[in-house]
Write a protein that binds this ligand. Sequence first.
Ligand code: X5A
Ligand code: ZN
Length: 654
Amino acid sequence: MAMAGESSRKNYDKMDGDEVAGKSQRKVGLVYDDTMCKHDTPDGEDHPEFPNRIRVIWEMLQLAGVSQRCVVLGSNKADDKHLQLVHTKDHVNLVRTLSTKQKDYQRNKIALELSSIYLNGSSSEAAYLAAGSVVKLAEKVAQGELDSGFAIVRPPGHHAETDEAMGFCLFNNVAVAASYLLNERPDLGVNKILIVDWDVHHGNGTQKMFWKDPRVLFFSVHRHEYGSFYAPGDDGDYNMVGEGPGEGFNINVPWDQGQCGDADYLAAWDHIFVPVAREFNPDIILLSAGFDAAIGDPLGGCRVTPYGYSAMLKKLMEFADGKIVMALEGGYNLDSIAKSSLACVQVLLEDKEIQASSETYPFESTWRVIQAVRKRLCAYWPSLADELSWKLINQKRPTPIILISNSDSETEDDAQGLLDQMSKLSIENHQVDTARTSWRADLAKVDVWYASFGSNMWKPRFLCYIQGGQVDGLKRACVGSIDKSPPKEIVWKTFAHRLFFGREHTARWGAGGVAFANPLANPNNEIHMCLYRITLEQFNDVLRQENALSVDTDFPVFDLAALQLTENKGAVIPEAVSDSWYGSVVCLGKECDIPILTMTCTHSVSEKFKSGEFPLRPPAKAYAYTLIRGLVEGGRFSEEEAEAYIGEAASKPL
Ligand code: X5A
Ligand code: ZN
């Protein structure tokens, strides 16, 4: 395989000793190969996991003069035999034969069946190189030829499951390397491997591959938020501790809010990972080093700084004689991933003392999560058994507010657009304002039923609009309402309106329509709605978030006069949201003398759906699943019934 370049070849020779420029240092390996940049979207469409990610990291290491002090290795193609240690034969065959497909549409068809995957003619080669390079680097570190190393690879790996590519990942690079050391190289004496996954997403693939294997201790810290952050579902929950002989060897630290930073991550290190790693005493550490929890990342919404990464890595250097193999996973802000990578390689090189420190405290929710994890796992790891001191957990900071939210109705579709938007995004660390403006106090006294028929039927998803948080695919956290108290009551009701799905594509859910209710009633129709009893203040905040407006506002979008008008006329179009997709508020009657309000498209827009001017589209799988989940978990329907209901609404003409 191609080497990274002529200059690096020279470096390799030069670096063959322990002494560089007179100072002794650790031998750190780097793998980089431009060939992995060839994996790209087939149609040139923007995507956050794009080729330059690895290039900027490599260039940063060169510019900083750091790569010149490392051992630069060329890439290495994985053996099918090694891939099959963790993947099925079918999966390996599928990825291998991608390159033999002559036409993009053949690959597009495969990619479409998978979650968050694109493929082109070079995807197969890149996937083989990514996995093989991590294997090679791990082998050299295990052998002692290198002290540690960083494989700057793509596509990433940790979402890839035994038989499935997903989440931008084709082969599970780190898992292949771990399994290779344990099963193919008994001669190297690696009996216990610690895999640390600090990518902002849960390492679902890695977790599953070593679920019952006590030789691999898996740590993953990730955003989880009721199971709604990618990867969807319960896999990332802290209750997932492994099974059989592997019970206790799987440790998830699932954040239940975004915006976690150095203080939160280091708290997880100090109070969970470090004590457990000390007990486990690994022979080598493999690090799923995604940098999408970095400050500025468009997908992660967290705030880890290069200092934070270096401090976390430094704490890991205490174990396994510092034998650490880092493999790149996610990370989508070029500046952040380059700087974070540099900080990490400097730690591996033991360049200098780590400067700076974290000045803030962890969130209250961070302490809650850490305590829950410790409690769940202390039976396996005695060092987690003690209660954290009250003094410690009392050191906490308030949850900040992001002033922009988004929703199903978000019209920004392409990834670059999102990146642009992100750079304009104003994140302010101001505290929740307890001195509310007067309109809030007034509207807080009035209750309404918010009637949901789309993804908000799934309670955890709706709660994001109240309590803040993020659901799958959402590029930014919901801020929640200023009033974070949960709904006072939840009931289900049926109305004589038509559920339908329209629009072609959303940023969050990809291709497919989102749910609308026809604002006009029709006795032949039946729509199922989940009604949340909330205050009119909260309803305003939901309405604003649903239409991608900031909740930080001096004026209500929907005030008492508007409520009166809606009750009298059946529907109003609040000025501030009139151009948005959910531009009208419809009153569906009363329940216990409290008005039932829903938000949907305006009548004139529904006419355009009817005439075909706007497209009707069945929902994307994941989106439909959220609705089905809402209907099932809400006790409205069995899964089959829910599917049939959604299926019918998605296929019948308006
Ligand atoms: C490796 C990684 C993220 C997938 C997000 C899909 N994957 N929405 O960061
Ligand atoms: Zn990630």
